[in-house]
Design a protein around this ligand. Structure first.
Ligand code: CA
Length: 396
């Protein structure tokens, strides 16, 4: 069995009303880079690479640089291919576009391997601990004509929080960091009042703060019983992470902008985070997820992945989480206490909700793990074509 074709698809989909977070104002559209790998005997696997920047550079990296290096290889040799591509790009890669590209290729190879063996990816990862995962609703973004108008936004975030509870979510994540700290805390207080005292609330600053401001914000979050404080400071400021974490009792989450086991090693040895959030489609794929998870476990750090992107990214995260043990084991794992949860962004996302022939939908606050071979999903290529701003990349 050999890899015979690799194609990339730089997808875009409109978001409707613009949304904002602290570092992206505005955030106008959804984008995603899908990778389709075919074998000489007709097996097709899908992957996704890159979550934050434009998809086109990742597509170019795969098309022009990485794909020619792995054509003709056995797609089941995932680790070997990963090491080969990483070693090739070490001098100029190690993060960003090159690791995004490797991530997309790696996920597609896991999909192929599962299909060849007739087994879901979670079984290749060691077998399932669960068949569905508690989902947390990411929402309450800044929005509207004037995202800085606090009074107008309080009612909107309260209504949004209520809608998530009505939809069955028990955990919500809100944005902070765009407004003065006191005003952002008002927004979270409004979310708390609307969502109820039995709702778990998380807060994500998207690295908006310097250290003293993060500590001030974090103390406010503690008073509002917020369960984690995500990306308080910039990802490269590891000493800042450490200072914030030492100064607060609220758990610190971070790592969605980090790459590979080597980047996460530095977060762990630096004592930077309680919860690591690798994005499987950016940090190195499913192969690297395994290594980051093992490393985190040995440092007593919990891993709850960042999830963005299309239905392919969601499926990859669900398989990884299906095969993730509770942290630590108990006879009755409790979501977000020791039982992992999955991020489920609630802004419009046709790339996630329309791209798969069988949509993955939340039920009673949980997302089902696809049970079919490989990633257990089927990409609807008609929808895929609609989301292409231009023609597909040339076959390699
Ligand atoms: Ca985040």
């Amino acid at each position: 069995m050999r890899i015979s074709e690799i194609k990339t698809f730089a997808l875009k989909a409109p978001l409707g009303e613009e949304r904002f977070w602290s570092s992206q104002c505005p955030f106008p559209e959804r984008k995603s880079l899908l990778v389709r790998i075919a074998t000489d005997d007709g097996v097709v696997g899908w992957g996704e690479g890159g979550q934050y920047g434009p998809a086109e550079p990742v597509a170019a990296c795969i098309d022009a640089v990485l794909a020619p290096r792995i054509l003709g290889q056995d797609p089941r040799e995932r680790w070997k291919i990963w090491e080969q591509l990483y070693a090739f790009s070490r001098d100029f890669g190690r993060n960003g576009v090159y690791v995004d590209a490797i991530s997309g290729i790696d996920i597609a190879l896991w999909d192929i391997t599962g299909k060849v063996l007739g087994e879901p990816v979670f079984r290749l990862l060691g077998g399932p601990f669960r068949t569905s995962v508690e989902a947390y609703a990411t929402g309450c973004y800044y929005r509207g004509h004037d995202p800085l108008d606090v009074a107008a936004s309080l009612e909107a975030v309260a209504a949004e929080a209520r809608s998530y509870r009505e939809a069955g979510f028990r955990i919500l994540k809100t944005k902070i960091g765009l407004l003065p700290v006191e005003q952002d805390l008002e927004r979270i207080a409004a979310v708390r009042a609307a969502a109820g005292s039995d709702c778990v609330i998380l807060a994500d600053a998207n690295h908006a703060y310097n250290v003293p401001t993060a500590i001030r914000a974090g103390r406010g979050l503690e008073r509002l019983d917020v369960r984690w404080f995500e990306e308080p400071v910039t990802p490269e400021d590891r000493e800042g992470y450490r200072q914030v974490r030492r100064s607060l009792s609220i758990p610190i989450a971070g790592g969605e902008c980090e790459f590979t086991r080597f980047g996460f090693r530095d977060l762990f040895t630096g004592g930077c985070v309680d919860i690591a959030q690798p994005d499987i489609c950016a940090a190195g794929g499913i192969s690297e997820w395994q290594k980051i998870h093992a490393l985190a476990d040995s440092f007593g750090v919990w891993v709850i992945p960042h999830v963005w992107g299309s239905g392919v990214a969601l499926a990859a995260a669900l398989h990884a989480l299906a095969a993730t043990p509770p942290f630590p084991h108990t006879a009755n794992p409790v979501p977000l206490q020791n039982e992992p949860v999955i991020e489920y962004d609630r802004n419009p996302n046709p790339l996630r909700d329309e791209l798969l022939k069988e949509r993955i939908t939340v039920s009673a606050g949980r997302l089902p793990v696809p049970q079919g071979p490989g990633l257990g999903i089927e990409v609807d290529e008609a929808v895929l074509s609609r989301c292409l701003p231009s023609a597909t990349s040339p076959s390699t």
